[in-house]
Ligand binder design. Structure first.
Ligand code: GDP
Length: 454
């Protein structure tokens, strides 16, 4: 029989309330042994009462408890949630009691894993639960919510159904070639495969945007000293809501801030400047700057437009080749010694914006470019289904490859049973995304990324 599991499901630390969640067949009987209330416990009715240790009758907390009868619960099993006061002492004592009365401590992600195993969510929906919890900006949250609600699953199921149609046609023609069934022509097969391939490629085309919305983009701000790097950082911080998060690797040499720009998580890195130097300490800083430069999704180079270009400006400009970049001609209030056309031929792929950061002029345009970078310039994409998980992306690539292989063989009019192998491969890989054809190891790996109590 399935074990009953329990955990503290709210964040650790002090809070107004804290919740213990229990799931499994023993949930209600465990609650009955430790919870004293007037009247009886009814499913889906919040009940006021006290948690009392049955061994010595000591009162642990005054709580609200709810029992939810299976199968329409988060996990698909009987679930109990106890709303304690948000004290770690109360939560730990109540949890200890629940465990003593027969529950086992839940593993990270185990509630959601049970929801998946009981068919309440498919695998890609379950994966989105983590993204919903971890989202740092509105766009990331909305994308995760839409995936959790099943938008990606529906699309993948739709494509997989089309692959299944092709597979069935192929199999029938292999097994009963002489029967009175509609003959599958190579043309029809090819048309079907090409439609499916296009659909998969359309999904794959959203992967870059999906990744940037989920994980945020890294913007490195570079330029020689005094051009306005800190000023830009401050402008963007003032205009956007700062995301409260710990950023690993923040150093004295590069200052990193997380902000939400147009609802997209953005990591701004103010660098020390890229200069050749003999100074050892400065060299370390420069190494870090180079690292920030190399890892950035977007490089913002600031140039003081009130003075002619220096060698240092020119040096950085040459490094922008093949990189997504934005050149700001700053301090336009002090003069125009450098014009956009002076930059355009030196760094043909960079966007150029004239700014006066001291007056916050040009910030809107900078934000426009950041937004365009994420959405590939097509803002209409905002509401579309996006692939944002490397596991999904890899599986889609494999499925697409298999469909392409099948199409290539079809063109040579090879025997159907050879083509069928690739079609089946595409069908299985698509199934892995939603968890229909997936190994236990993959399932364990997916849920190990979850936090305790979820
Ligand atoms: P950083 O060394 O590149 O970080 O440069 P800062 O942001 O510290 O700016 C250096 C100086 O330039 C400060 O005194 C700023 O107030 C000033 N500054 C920044 N942007 C502008 C601008 O657009 N116009 C003018 N006149 N001064 C600016």
């Amino acid at each position: 029989m399935c074990e009953t599991i329990a955990a503290i499901s709210t964040a650790y630390g002090e809070g107004g309330i804290g919740i213990i969640r229990i799931s499994g067949p023993e949930s209600l009987s465990i609650l009955r042994r430790i919870f004293y209330c007037k009247g009886s416990i009814k499913s889906r009715r919040m009940t006021y009462g006290k948690i009392i240790d049955p061994e010595d009758d000591s009162i642990i907390d005054e709580v609200l408890a709810v029992y939810m009868k299976e199968p329409s619960t988060y996990t698909g099993e009987d679930v109990v949630e106890i709303n304690c006061h948000g004290s770690m002492v109360s939560l730990r004592m109540t949890l200890a009691l629940v465990l003593r009365e027969g529950a086992r401590m839940a593993e990270p992600g185990e509630f959601t894993k049970r929801a998946f195993l009981n068919g309440r969510l498919d695998l890609s929906q379950a994966e989105a639960v983590i993204d919903v919890i971890k989202a740092k900006a509105d766009a990331s949250y909305e994308a995760a919510l839409s995936q959790m609600e099943g938008s990606l699953s529906r699309k993948v199921r739709e494509i997989r159904a089309a692959v299944l149609d092709i597979l069935v046609d192929t199999t029938v023609n292999i097994d009963y070639p002489d029967e009175d069934i509609e003959q599958l022509t190579y043309d029809k097969l090819l048309a079907g495969l090409e439609t499916v391939g296009d659909e998969i490629r359309k999904l794959l085309a959203t992967a870059d945007t999906g990744r940037m919305i989920k994980e945020g983009i890294r913007v490195a701000i570079v330029g020689k000293p005094n051009v306005g790097k800190s000023s830009l950082m401050n402008c963007l911080l003032r205009q956007s809501r700062a995301i409260v998060t710990e950023i690993p690797g923040t150093t004295r040499d590069t200052i990193e801030e997380a902000v939400s720009i147009r609802n997209i998580p953005v990591y701004l890195i103010d660098t020390a400047g890229i200069r050749e130097t003999e100074d050892v300490v400065e060299k370390i800083g420069i190494e870090r700057t180079k690292e920030a430069f190399n890892n950035a999704d977007l490089i913002v180079l600031i140039i003081d437009a009130s003075h002619p270009l220096t060698e240092e400006d020119e040096d950085i400009l040459t490094r922008l080749e093949n990189r997504k970049s934005l050149v700001l001609l700053n301090k336009t209030d002090l003069g125009n010694a450098v014009a956009p056309r002076d930059i355009a031929h030196k760094s043909p792929n960079s966007d150029i914006i004239e700014t006066c950061l001291i007056e916050e002029k040009g910030i809107d345009e900078i934000e426009d470019r950041i937004e365009a970078l994420v959405y590939g310039g097509e803002l209409a994409q905002k509401d579309s289904i996006m692939v944002n998980d490397v596991r999904h992306e890899e599986l889609l690539r494999k499925a697409e490859q298999a469909v392409c292989d099948a199409a290539a063989i079809t063109k040579t009019q090879e025997a159907l049973d050879i083509i069928e192998i690739d079609i089946r491969e595409a069908f299985d890989r698509l199934g892995e995304i939603i968890g229909e054809t997936v190994s236990d190891e993959v399932i364990d790996e997916v849920f190990s990324r979850f936090c305790l109590g979820k």
